[in-house]
Design a protein around this ligand. Structure first.
Ligand SMILES: [Zn+2]
Length: 61
């Protein structure tokens, strides 16, 4: 399965739509990987402006 990153929220998904924003604006050209485990406490989650656990791409082209 190919992994793709959402251009809107950078969430990495294996489906055809982003499970978070329900859009199909996905890109297979992304770099970096951020794993958010505890969104409430995570500074990374704040930087990424997310409140959900998951794997996020650092950069999406
Ligand atoms: Zn998204």
């Amino acid at each position: 399965m190919t992994q793709k990153a959402c251009r809107e929220c950078h969430l990495i998904t294996t489906g055809n739509i982003c499970s978070k924003c329900k859009t199909a604006t996905l890109s297979d050209d992304f770099s970096g990987l951020i794993i958010v485990i505890d969104p409430e406490e995570s500074k990374i989650a704040k930087t990424m402006e997310t409140k959900e656990k998951g794997r996020y791409a650092l950069r999406v082209r």
